[in-house]
Design a protein around this ligand. Structure first.
Ligand SMILES: Cc1ncc(COP(=O)(O)O)c(C=O)c1O
Length: 378
């Protein structure tokens, strides 16, 4: 029986051929395919600058460094995310803080972010592909630096009252980050990017991506370069970007398929007591990177662990997104009180991500639903 995972890469024969030929190009890294991919992404997202890097975590690191934290400055994000989001601020000298999620799409509850002195950045996470209301967030925090974590949300859109905006356009933020990990909507193997309309941030990120070095060639010194700041080697390769360009052509199809699978699940689990899922609002268009079921395990006489293991026996792989970040041992030093996060706590008890990938057919989704119905005796 075929294994169905919660998400997986979707690589075509054309993708493979393009990478095959790219390996014969004169440049394997630091060549023209990187700029080409960045330009194509910038056009797709409708944003001025794209800086492609080796993964989404590196993107978070250097955008947080570029923004700059003074001692005591706070970087706030959602606890319902992968640790990399809040780690980005810590790497850069920031103090992490979290604010609870809302009870409807489990993104940051932007109306109830507490007043924090020295709040430097807010990093909203478009969880599972569901857009945060960026216009509202900007209105609420006109002076705070906003870095969107769009690792799940390339291909997602939101309506701002006038137009549909692509996540990553940075219309109401200072910058966004993307991840091109194989489980994300578009892959380059490992990979990521920073997107921004801010020239200064873009220049800083470009320098930080390659050791903080700038070319300073002149007629007298055609070899000249200067290291102006402490940067890294966070470069992505040309053949990865060739894969990215090829994938980008099919991104809308990937998202459309994930949305079809999600629609099937929504129909199947509608009006079942003890089961819920994230409801898309009319201003949101989610990429459905994840399909999150919320289950009252007790009412079905089972536990989440038992449910996961039973599905695994049927070659259906699920995952929990996420253990709230403040629960990790490393985060204990920041004295975060779990009682401040009642929604995150209750969400974490109930959540399970069931398979939703662009590789799936409706027949796969039917199999997933059938097995869930058997286990929960629906
Ligand atoms: C929400 C979120 N942010 C950041 C990252 C980090 O991306 P990467 O794995 O490309 O470093 C991930 C990856 O899983 C993620 O899910």
């Amino acid at each position: 029986m075929k294994t169905i995972t919660y998400n997986t890469q979707n690589i075509s024969f054309t993708d493979k051929l393009k990478v095959f030929f790219a390996l014969s190009d004169p440049y394997l890294t630091q060549g023209p395919a990187i700029k080409k991919f960045e330009d194509e992404l910038a056009k797709y997202l409708n944003v001025k600058h794209v800086i492609a890097v080796c993964n989404g975590t590196a993107a978070l690191h250097i955008i947080n460094l570029a923004v700059g934290y003074n001692e005591g400055d706070v970087g706030l994000t959602s606890p319902n995310t992968f640790v990399a989001t809040s780690n980005g601020g810590i790497y850069s000298g920031g103090t992490p803080a979290f604010s609870d999620i809302n009870n409807s799409d489990f993104n940051l509850d932007i109306q109830n972010i507490p007043k924090i002195t020295n709040l430097k950045t807010i990093s909203p996470v478009h969880f599972g592909g569901f857009p945060v209301d960026m216009k509202k967030l900007r209105e609420l925090f006109p002076k705070t630096i906003i870095i969107e974590d769009a690792a799940h949300a390339i291909g997602s859109e939101y309506f701002d009252g006038k137009d549909w905006q692509k996540i990553g356009s940075c219309k109401y933020s200072d910058a966004s980050i993307l991840s091109f990990h194989p489980l994300k909507n578009l892959t380059t193997g490992e990979g990521g990017a920073i997107t921004t309309n801010n020239d200064e941030l873009a220049e800083k990120c470009r320098a930080l991506r390659t050791h903080g070095i700038k070319g300073t060639q002149s007629k007298e010194q055609p070899w000249s370069y200067e290291m102006q700041t402490l940067g890294f080697n966070y470069r992505i390769t040309d053949f990865q970007c060739v894969l990215g360009s090829s994938q980008l052509k099919r991104l809308d199809k990937f998202v459309a398929r994930q949305r079809e699978i999600a629609s099937y699940y929504k129909k199947s689990f509608k009006n079942i007591a003890g089961i819920d899922y994230v409801h898309e609002k009319d201003w949101q268009k989610s990429s459905y990177h994840l399909f999150t079921l919320l289950v009252d395990w007790k009412s079905f006489g089972t536990s989440r662990a038992e449910f996961m293991l039973k599905l695994k026996e049927k070659n259906i792989m699920t995952q929990v997104h996420y253990i709230p970040v403040y629960k990790h041992p490393f985060y204990k030093q920041f004295n975060i009180n779990e009682k401040d996060f009642p929604v995150s706590e209750s969400y974490y008890e109930r959540t399970i991500s069931i398979p939703c990938s662009s590789k799936m057919k409706i027949s796969d989704a039917k199999r997933v639903v059938r097995e869930i119905e058997n286990i929960l005796k629906l």
